[in-house]
Design a protein. Structure first.
Length: 277
């Protein structure tokens, strides 16, 4: 009996030691959960590979809209998110009264005006319908694009969140057709043109570099995208390491190659990001 007991104890000890070894290995890395909008995780997969070498397991969760990633972050279901411009972020935080903050910049993803029917702005006939996102800052951005293209003129008071009511000159009597961002590509067969967010365009099989008949400036600070965290985690070392990895030169080269220049890596300080107005 003593021999059996000793053997059993040795077996149990070996199992315990093995289990401890496994736990030590799995707990060696810091887990960070990040939310994005859209289905293409290629760039963040690249960051995740780099992060793993730094002792960080980056888990990427995808969302199909621009609302859920911020709410999930505020509710603690995510550690970080990266999908939105600073102007959209400011509007959302104010509207929903949540305590999240930007901790770094990522890219500018220029918005474009696409058309299945016309190859230039000049070809768009009088009385045409133009589809665009209905979210406040996205609509304001789309209207500024049409203003820059010469299709309409906006009031100086329109700012970044203008609406159709801010149009003071509309020589072609363009009719604005607001809709959910994800629906703007689907509207193309039925309208003269559709203003489509970059990520939505990519998911719809459009090429943001070649396909738009008009685009916006790629240096507009309000449209720089950001990485956000809860305010209490703004100085978290692992989260700031993710920002650092994103802003490295090899990442910039990868982004440009992967998006064919549709996304432009943009590094600014957090102070510059939040003081754009």
């Amino acid at each position: 009996m003593k021999k059996i007991t000793a053997s059993a104890l040795l077996a149990v000890s070996a199992l315990v030691l093995a289990a401890c070894g496994d736990d030590s290995s799995s707990e060696g890395n810091t887990k960070v959960t990040l939310g994005i909008s859209g289905s293409d995780t290629t760039i963040w997969d690249y960051i995740a590979d780099k992060a793993e070498k730094e002792g960080i397991d980056l888990e990427i969760q995808t969302f199909s809209d621009y609302v859920a990633p911020n709410l999930a972050l505020a509710e603690g279901e995510l550690d970080l998110n990266a999908f939105q411009t600073i102007s959209y972020f400011d509007e959302f935080v104010t509207e929903h009264d949540i305590d999240i903050v930007p901790i770094g910049s990522t890219v500018i993803a220029p918005m474009g005006l696409y058309s299945d029917k016309y190859e230039s702005i000049d070809e768009i006939p009088e009385g045409s319908q133009i589809a665009m996102p209905n979210e406040a800052t996205n609509m304001g951005r789309a209207l500024l694009l049409l203003d820059e293209a010469g299709l309409i003129t906006l009031s100086e008071d329109a700012g970044l969140t203008g609406t159709a009511e801010d149009i003071i000159d509309n020589p072609k009597n363009i009719e604005i057709m607001p809709m959910v961002s994800g629906h703007t590509p689907r509207a193309l067969p039925d309208v003269a043109g559709s203003v489509i967010n970059n990520g939505v365009a990519v998911d719809a099989g459009l090429n943001p570099t070649e396909d738009p008949i008009a685009g916006e400036s790629d240096t507009a600070t309000p449209y720089i995208n950001l990485i956000a965290a809860n305010a209490e985690d703004a100085d978290n070392e692992a989260y700031l390491k993710i920002v650092e990895l994103y802003q490295q030169e090899d990442t910039a080269d990868f982004i440009i190659e992967h998006t064919k220049g549709a996304q432009i890596p943009t590094v600014v300080t957090v102070d510059e990001l939040v003081d754009y107005q």
